[in-house]
Design a binder for this molecule. Structure first.
Ligand code: MF3
Ligand code: CO
Length: 254
């Protein structure tokens, strides 16, 4: 069942999404060589709680922390640790925040110091793939239109599309219907209606699409060791298009 949010619920979703955006913006200046992913997690958790939010990932099916921090060939669900970031790394920070019972979810890949052209290409085109998907969001279009736009864009740029993990609906729960794959056929799948809220989140690899899970039960890595990027927005279907509920506030200087 795909829920349709009321006006009041949308207001709560907007606030939850905005706190996600603020937390990303707050973290960005700390993403420098030498900081550990655990320190980033602590900064995030304190900031989220100080602002009245709840870090939804912490405790979700046993996940231990507020953030997922996935470095280089880690695709998603990396667990913050005493790993120090190094110049040339890329790190995806993914977070879900509950605010007055409603959830916001957004992931960004950040560069640490100066990164290779290959990583820059990956980041630029993964973010662009997300926006290609978002451009398909309007009442009457279908989930497959989003999926296909991402697939076509990723293939055109020779990036491997991770298939094992997909986007999702969101509301009072972090994962709701519908599923939002990053590949698929146009005009297929559930129809979008005003008031639906979905998370669109391409995970693209510099190399092959194949991934595996570490023994920690969470971290997903690329099978060939190639770098991976992940960009995610929480998106509301409006009467004539979309509204991004997790706007980027952190790239004013990019
Ligand atoms: N943004 C991730 C998702 O869409 C969040 C996973 S959090 C975890 O699934 F709790 F599962 F780690
Ligand atoms: Co998500």
């Amino acid at each position: 069942m795909i829920s349709i949010k009321s006006k009041d619920e949308i207001e709560y979703m907007r606030k939850a999404g905005y706190l996600v955006s603020l937390t990303h913006k707050y973290l960005k200046p700390f993403i420098k060589p030498g900081i550990t992913t655990r320190e980033l997690d602590k900064l995030a958790e304190d900031f989220i709680r100080k602002n009245g939010g709840i870090p939804t990932c912490k405790g979700y099916e046993g996940f231990p922390t507020a953030l997922c921090t996935s470095v280089n060939d880690e695709v998603v669900h990396g667990i913050p640790s005493n790993r120090k970031l190094k110049n040339g790394d890329i790190i995806t920070i993914d977070m879900v925040i509950g605010y007055q019972g409603y959830q916001g979810d957004a992931a960004w890949t950040y560069s640490v110091g100066s990164v290779s052209d290959r990583k820059k290409y990956l980041m630029k085109h993964t973010e662009e793939a997300l926006y290609e998907g978002i451009k398909q969001v309007r009442p009457g279009n279908r989930i497959g239109d989003i999926s296909n736009a991402i697939e076509v864009y990723a293939k055109r740029h020779n990036l491997g599309i991770v298939r094992e993990l997909i986007g999702h609906g969101i509301g009072t729960e972090m994962h709701e219907d519908p599923e939002v794959p990053n590949y698929g056929k146009p005009h297929m799948g559930p129809k979008l209606k005003e008031g639906m809220v979905i998370c669109i989140e391409p995970m693209l690899n510099s190399g092959s699409r194949y991934v595996y899970q570490l023994d920690d039960g969470w971290t997903i890595k690329t099978s060939d060791g190639s770098p991976s990027a992940h960009y995610e927005h929480t998106v509301l279907v409006t009467s004539d298009g979309y509204e991004i509920l997790t706007p980027r506030l952190d790239d004013e200087d990019v």
